[in-house]
Ligand binder design. Sequence first.
Ligand code: DX5
Ligand code: ZN
Length: 240
Amino acid sequence: MPFPDRVRALTEANAAILPSMLLCDFGHLAREIEQLVEVGVDGFHWDVMDGEFVPNLTYGMPIVAAARQATDLPLDVHLMIAHPGRYVRAFAEAGADVVTFHVEARDDPAEVLAAIHGHGMAAGLACNPATPLSQIEPYLDQCDLVLVMSVPAGFGGQPFDRSALSKLAALRQWAAAEHHVLEIDGGIHTGTVADAVAHGADWLVVGSAIFRSDNYESSVQQLRRTAEPALAARLSTGTQ
Ligand code: DX5
Ligand code: ZN
């Protein structure tokens, strides 16, 4: 699979924690990144929103480029934009390692996935809670990662939608998805992380449970401590 070298270690099923930087202090971005590296996060998740695909508007390539200057950890870009195909090259130039976009977006998923690979990045396809997995299935052969949304894309701090769990479990059973990284995004905290991992999540995107806590270290440690038994149990049953 075309995961860039920097990301390869993260492709093992290891309950990786990727902070969603949506809620970080952008006035001190480099310091935020440094603190999170120190507490042992595995990579960084960047939520790009265009005010069209979702009602919220966030940031784009310059923030990813600034983050690239600040860390060698993987940069995982989540595009919640109507026309992801227009920006693949720009995010590659900014230093993204993984680019994920939504199957509900307007562009042809097959073309966008090919473009992401053409720029040397890993390619992910995301689906909102209301979208059935059948919409992702035709493109599984072409993607490295599936992002199962456990909140409707658009905002941090929303409650966890448990329909994501059956999607993760179903993806784990699909032979075509056997080698895919499964990522979950939205409402992950100590009350939901074990279920997410038990049902098959490899990468855990975490926003408010880190940034709305007053101690990054203890929130990351608590998430890890809660996720680890669920991961050990999953691996011992042989369910990837
Ligand atoms: C939602 C974003 C998420 C979100 C996660 O559209 O994709 O990454 O910010 O934040 P929490 O963990 O607060 O749900
Ligand atoms: Zn996200």
